[in-house]
Design a protein around this ligand. Structure first.
Ligand SMILES: *Cc1c(COP(=O)(O)O)cnc(C)c1O
Length: 393
């Protein structure tokens, strides 16, 4: 079984490019040039230099001694929280901004829900001196004031999406409309392994630096060149795709994806896409998504804004359907408990998203001689307000 994208943009039954006729030209242009550009020596040299000096890579693969003792295993944390801007998202925005420049694009658009991808995009636009327009639901703008301030300080224009539920999917519609209206000069910078082909593949390639480093670091630190388990949280799935990438074909490695169960899978307030979702088309690709009987997207919920997404990328839908991936969920409370546990045991405050991955440790049977890597996708500074309200428990 193959876990790479095929020529038509599919991972098994999932993926493709289901887009309006008006977008065909833009997506074709990207599809026809992305591999030639990102695989060129010139691009790789520039990308790797920025990852090193701007982002701060390689990120450590940290052996968590106290956590390992607690779970009677060998647990390593891939420290994506130490990247510039505090999460893995910048690995992708640095790559795509370089690609946009090579394609001769002079204007960048993006959409954001929680604002994390908006900030990562505004950051690289400031770096490259390119104008940046970020579409964001009007309700999300109110909910995520600190990130809106960051984007503005970085020089981006934040445009409110005022239709529908005024959240992420409405911002996505606005961004797509903008791209249709500005096909020549504008680059649409997508933040996860979602969207029409080639975006899922493009983003997975940029995030694959995570497992590339993991492989070398593990070899050096343990003498093994693959772990027994890799655990990552899944919103759209980009940090998980990056952490799994170089081990997809190695069936010795168990790939564990953790979704947000929110207040409980069947509470009506969750983002547990593989549990609740069915096949459908969202954001231009065929994948698993949460929808009602009329095919309308149902509003997801999670305590962590980054996992609050009603679909998963097509690669993950394929990993789920084929059985290559192990999918599980963690509730808000389980994630909070895991965040406090990591903080107390290791002195590391994780992002709420990453805390969902950590919560899986409690649900798995780990062996003493096993090597387990948890992808710590981001740091918890942005979540302090939520943590403070739970500080007594
Ligand atoms: C955005 C975000 C996620 C979720 O996005 P993926 O594409 O699923 O990785 C996870 N962790 C952090 C810290 C994030 O900011």
């Amino acid at each position: 079984m193959s876990y790479s994208v095929n020529n038509n943009g599919f991972y098994g039954d999932f993926g493709g490019a289901f887009i309006p006729e008006m977008l065909h030209h833009n997506v074709e242009e990207l599809k026809n040039c992305y591999l030639d550009i990102i695989e060129s020596d010139e691009f790789i040299t520039e990308y790797k230099a920025l990852l090193k000096d701007y982002v701060g890579r390689p990120t450590p693969l940290y052996f968590a001694k106290n956590l390992s003792k607690k779970y009677q295993s060998n647990i390593f944390l891939k420290r994506e929280d130490l990247n510039h801007t505090g999460a893995h998202k910048v690995n992708n925005t640095v790559g795509q901004i370089l690609l946009a420049k090579k394609m001769g694009k002079t204007r960048i658009i993006a959409e954001t829900g929680a604002g994390q991808h908006g900030v990562a995009t505004a950051t690289v636009c400031a770096l490259m001196n390119l104008p940046c327009i970020v579409y964001m639901g009007k309700i999300d703008i109110q909910r995520q004031a600190p990130n809106v301030a960051r984007m503005k300080m970085l020089g981006a224009e934040v445009r409110p999406a005022t239709s529908g539920s005024k959240t992420l999917k409405d911002a996505t519609n606005e961004a797509i409309r903008d791209w249709i209206a500005n096909p020549e000069d504008t680059y649409y910078l997508i933040g996860s392994v979602v969207g029409p082909h080639p975006y899922p593949d493009l983003v997975a390639r940029f995030q694959s630096i995570i497992s590339e480093e993991m492989k070398t670091q593990l070899q050096k630190q343990t003498g093994k060149n693959y772990p027994n388990k890799i655990i990552a949280c899944v919103g759209g799935g980009s940090n998980a795709a990056g952490a799994f990438y170089h081990f997809l074909e190695n069936e010795e490695v168990e790939l564990i994806a953790v979704e947000a169960d929110g207040k409980g899978v069947h509470s009506g307030q969750s983002a547990a896409t593989t549990e609740l979702g069915t096949s459908g088309i969202i954001h231009g690709s065929k994948t698993l998504m949460m929808q009602n009987s009329e095919g309308q997207i149902t509003e997801p919920y999670s305590i962590s804004a980054g996992l609050d997404y009603p679909g998963i990328g097509p690669l993950h839908a394929h990993l789920f359907k084929s059985g290559r991936g192990t999918f599980m969920g963690a509730t808000d409370q389980e994630a909070l408990d895991a965040a406090f546990e990591l903080t107390q045991l290791e002195g590391i405050i994780p992002a709420l998203e990453s805390a969902h991955a950590l919560a899986a440790l409690n649900k798995l049977t780990l062996k003493k001689d096993e090597c387990v890597v948890v992808n710590l996708s981001g740091r918890g500074d942005k979540d302090m307000e939520t943590y403070m309200t739970h500080l007594s428990c």
